[in-house]
Write a new protein. Sequence first.
Length: 385
Amino acid sequence: MMRFKGTDASMTSSNWFDSQTILDGIRRWVEIETPTESPEQVNELVSLVAEQYRGLPVTLERVAGVAGCGDHLVARTNWGQDRPGILVLSHLDTVHPIGFIERLPFKVEGDVAFGPGIYDMKGGAYIAHHAFRALCATGDRSPLGITHLFTSDEEIGSPTSRALIEKEGRKAKYVLVTEPARDGGKIVTGRKGVGRFQVHIKGVPAHAGSRPEDGRSAVRELGHVILALEGMNDPARGVTVNVGLVRGGTRPNVTPEEAYAEVDLRVVSLKDADEYVDRILALTAKTDGVTVRVAGGLNRPPYEKSNAGASLYEHARLLAREIGFELIDTHTGGGSDGNFTAAHTATLDGLGVDGKGAHTHFEQLYVSSLAPRARLLHRLYQTLR
């Protein structure tokens, strides 16, 4: 596991890239719990973030939440907005329920800081904001305008922010995503596309003891469907199909009339996405008198490493080397908001903090990663043209 070099011993708390100063800022964000399903909590953090832009050369736009989600916040520099610039994508929502901070309070043990959402992705969202504050402190303007979009619903697939992300992404020349680093600090230059499906099965109820011949079991049909879906897995092509939730029936002595399943699909390429979405939607019943209906589709398109994305990664790699660490890229199966921009805009993901344990009871970041990762974002702001 890679650890970053610590900050220079001569640095003080007044230094913009002092790890303790950065960590203190992250703590404020972490201690406001923000599960996606609690919009009032998310909005409390949105208000804090907006307040922390006070006095900076930005225009703030707060987009009211809809469909039970919190608000989104857009911070745009007062320069460079007349041409394609830099879009920074961060989400403020977490998967941890209210009260989880009692189980996982913010604490520091050596090089490790714990807290709900600290790794995925409040640490990354904060260091991007902090790097921008450092840029403003010098009085210099970045060559390109910067837009930082904070969203409230990434953990449930970005249903209310996707249109905004795609709109801003198409206007940008570069997209920087502050999702956490992977596998000891690796940057992300590719992600699988994500599909979500709902399978609804309708059978015929009957008394399971006295008239079983009259029934048509929806649950039995669901078994056929599960086997068909599981049979679509193709590790060689990087395709995974997972039936993650099932339910059906009413009582043990009744032939089940209804059954239901939710399915997750992961694919590497758009070609595979088209093929497997069609295959899943085309599922039919094997039993007379039973109907199978499948709804859903591709939730996030595959994030494929484009030539522009490769060039952006190479630029970041050289900057990281100047700072003092090696930046290695990787491909991951998890989706992010970068999936929505990578097809048309040079996108670099995994620019957040290093750590581990996303979505778990031991979620953590490495304090030694804060200064170098913040410096990298700062240098990207300064050098992208």
